[in-house]
Ligand binder design. Structure first.
Ligand SMILES: NC(=O)c1ccc[n+]([C@@H]2O[C@H](COP(=O)([O-])OP(=O)(O)OC[C@H]3O[C@@H](n4cnc5c(N)ncnc54)[C@H](OP(=O)(O)O)[C@@H]3O)[C@@H](O)[C@H]2O)c1
Length: 420
């Protein structure tokens, strides 16, 4: 089977390397040899040690009659979409690791397939075979929830901030130094990368055609030492979670930092590793753990797709042969329900707690626990730490707005969701 690599960077060169090093094993599994005929790169002048020629025009791959599979590993949305459309128009099988492209165009691509195999195992959680688990292994189940740590950069930073009590900026600098965070990290720490992956998983579980703007996405930006201390003291750890949760016929999709019980499996995923819990109505909870990024781990998933194509395996791209999960629709952001943790910096005087409790009650929110902490640097100020029972997103947002306007409140209140 002949392939063309469009993009020979971190992942593309690892694909080439593994195909060479594990050649005999892969051929035995695939039932045929898999050969790279050529690759496309941007900077054609750069010297590279590759056992195949590189070119700059992708059409020399997508229109080449000798090539059976086009592997898109260049990234970006529009240019990659053009490459894949050209490959499909020329009746090639396609593999991509491009979650950003799939977050926007997976349903458009599904319409263009015309029977062509389309693999994207590498697009979510790098080396973890979560796409196959949802499409195949868990096929008998209604999926009740998916809860994942699917951005290694955020998880690395949170792990370090909690274990070493370093600041957000220090953790980011460390992550960049180790190559875990991009020079522009906003995509990862803003939650967008995890959101793209969550949208792909939600299609496989529920056939939900949502785009990033349709779902709740919150980054790490506002975490402080006080929140981390509170979490520690009450048996929580803070994780950035991507969550799909079905309640009745509605599914909520969201990415945000959350307080997670230290006893849960997901709390134990540290550093750059990824972990995903999937609950099926028949199987119960299943859990997937492994490297979510890196050249070799991601290439491992790309090659799994190549082997499947070589074997002639053909599964519906988004996991459903016809219809979907049956009337399941996306919940509105405002209707999402959670328990919440609030931190309000106040002037330390009588009546403050009663006034805040009143605002919460007026917005249908009942308080679970309350703690008061003196602010170390400013003795006449105190942090009020509250946790709530289950409440609606729209109510908590309104309460936060009202609390921010109270005269004795010294800075905008902080809200974190508590994972239940
Ligand atoms: N890296 C990971 O750990 C990881 C994990 C999961 C998924 N992914 C996904 O895998 C894809 C590739 O990631 P990567 O980390 O391998 O990226 P990368 O190291 O930046 O490599 C990109 C490759 O594509 C080429 N390229 C970029 N724009 C091009 C253009 N307009 N025309 C022709 N060639 C172009 C580059 O050429 P030059 O070599 O000349 O620069 C390079 O060879 C992305 O969609 C990414 O989201 C990556």
């Amino acid at each position: 089977m002949n392939i063309g690599l469009v993009g020979v960077g971190t992942v593309g060169s690892a694909v080439a390397d593994i195909l060479e090093k594990n050649k005999a094993l892969i051929a035995a599994r695939a039932g045929k040899e898999i050969r790279i005929l050529k690759g496309v790169v941007k900077n054609i002048a750069r010297k590279r040690e590759l056992p195949f020629p590189v070119i700059s025009n992708y059409k020399e791959i997508t229109e080449d009659k000798e090539i059976d599979v086009v592997v898109e590993l260049m990234g970006g949305v529009d240019a990659a979409y053009d490459v894949i459309k050209s490959a499909l128009a020329n009746k090639k099988a396609v593999i991509t690791a491009n979650k950003a492209l799939l977050a926007y165009h997976r349903y458009d691509l599904q319409k263009l397939l015309n029977g062509a195999p389309f693999g994207f195992e590498a697009s979510v959680a790098g080396g973890i075979p979560i796409i196959r688990a949802l499409k195949e292994g868990l096929g008998a189940n209604h999926i009740e929830s998916i809860k994942g740590i699917i951005n290694g950069t955020c998880n690395y930073m949170l792990t370090r901030m909690q274990a070493k009590r370093i600041t957000f900026d220090q953790a980011l600098k460390e992550a960049q130094g180790l190559g875990y965070a991009e020079a522009d990290p906003s995509f990862d720490i803003g939650g967008f990368d995890a959101a793209h992956k969550l949208l792909i998983l939600a299609s496989l579980a529920y056939d939900i055609d949502a785009k990033p703007d349709d779902i709740l996405i919150e980054g790490l930006g506002h975490l402080s030492d006080e929140d981390i201390e509170f979490a520690e003291e009450f048996g929580y750890t803070i994780k950035s979670l991507a969550i799909a949760k079905k309640v009745g016929s509605k599914v909520s999709l969201r990415v945000h930092p959350a307080l997670v019980s230290k006893k849960s499996m997901i709390a134990k995923i540290d550093g750059v590793m990824n972990g995903i819990s999937v609950v099926g109505d028949k199987v119960g909870e299943t859990f997937y753990y492994g490297p979510g990024a890196g050249g070799e781990a991601t290439a491992s998933s790309v090659i799994a797709d190549l082997i499947a194509i070589a074997r002639g395996e053909q599964t519906p791209m988004l996991g459903f042969s016809s219809g979907g999960e049956g009337g399941i629709t996306l919940a509105k952001k405002d209707d999402i329900e959670s328990k919440y943790y609030l931190r309000v910096l106040v002037e330390d005087m009588a009546g403050v707690l009663a006034r805040i409790a009143q605002v919460l009650a007026n917005n249908n929110i009942s308080i679970d626990t309350v703690l008061q902490r003196k602010k170390r640097v400013q003795k006449e100020w105190a942090n009020l730490l509250l946790s709530t029972h289950i409440a609606r997103e729209t109510d908590i947002n309104e309460a936060m707005r009202e609390i921010a306007t109270l005269g004795f409140v010294k800075s905008p209140p902080v809200m974190l969701r508590i994972d239940v």
